[in-house]
Each structure stands twice: as C-alpha cells, then as structure tokens.
Design a protein around this ligand. Sequence first.
Ligand SMILES: [Ca+2]
Length: 193
Amino acid sequence: MIALVLLLFGAAVPAVGASSLSKGGGTYYHPYPTNVQQGDLVFGYSPDLSIMPGHWTHVGIIALYDSSVGDWIVIEAKPSDGVSMTTLREFLSRYPEVAIKRVSTDATTKYYAVYFAYSQLGKPYNYNYLAKPQVFDSAYYCSELVWAAYMWASNGRINLDTNPGWSWTYGYAVAPQEVYDSPWTYLIYYHKA
Ligand SMILES: [Ca+2]
C-alpha cells in the first residue's frame, strides 16, 4: 500500500529548493516535527481575517514523506489554489502558530483518508461555508476536505466535525477549530513562533 501511495504521488511533488531546509516560503520559523505520520492533520493560525469562528484558521492532511525533497507533503484546500499539495515546511512557515494532531485510528484508514484527499486534487476552493459539508463535493474548503477524507475512509465512523449539523457558533460548517477539538484527535506537535 505504501508503494502505491508513493507511485500515486511520485510525479506531482512540488519542487523545493535546498534553501528551504530550515524554513519554507513564508515568514515564520518552527522546528521541523520529527514524529509525523501519514494521515496526521496540520493546523495553522493566521492573524489575518478569518470568516470562520474559532482560533485555528487552516488545516491540511499530511500525505506522505517525499525523500527526494526531504519533506512531508501536505494536501490542503485553499482559496488561491483549490485542493493542492505543498510541503510541510512551506505550510508551517506561513503561520505564527502551528499544531499537528493525530487521528486515533489504524494506518489503513489513514491511508484511505489520504487517498481520498489525493483524489480531490485540482478541485476548486469552496467558499460556501453556509451549506452543509458534503463528503462528495465539487469544491472543498480546508476543514471540509479533511473531514470528508476521514468520513469516507471510515465509512462515516470518524466524524471530525465536533458539532455536526447546526450550531450557533459554526452554523452548518465544519470549522478547523471543530476538527482540532475532535475527540478523535490528539496533539503530537505544537509551536508558536
Ligand atoms: Ca460543525
């Protein structure tokens, strides 16, 4: 299975220069996490305006380690690129505060979650936070993507939306903060620059 993932991802990894070994393309320095696994969820807090309530403003899923660039690859949904890939180093460098949480499930489920996220690459960003999140959507926002990935991979068992359905704080959305707060996850890395 690992071989299959490597095969799937091998051709499409973004190029990373040697200068990024200590820092990505952003502003902030964080020690590189040493204990990352496939399927982990990486969170960023940005002081910029966020439409969604909650502290954490962004989340992506860690897909695989690419030894050719010496970095983990993250799949994320973001307004500028839709569902896309970046390196973990680049992801971390964008945010003054970052965290990584692990989902309490087996490696196979994590593999399928990554496979699902990978299968959505190229889809546009979903600005419609007001609608109910869909596992099979034509567009995704960041937390909707990782939520859908684990919903699909676990046949609906792992619902990372801490407040599914309507809530006064989040509406129908699944916010990054709700994924962070999910009892399915536990913290393995945190750093504030
Ligand atoms: Ca919710």
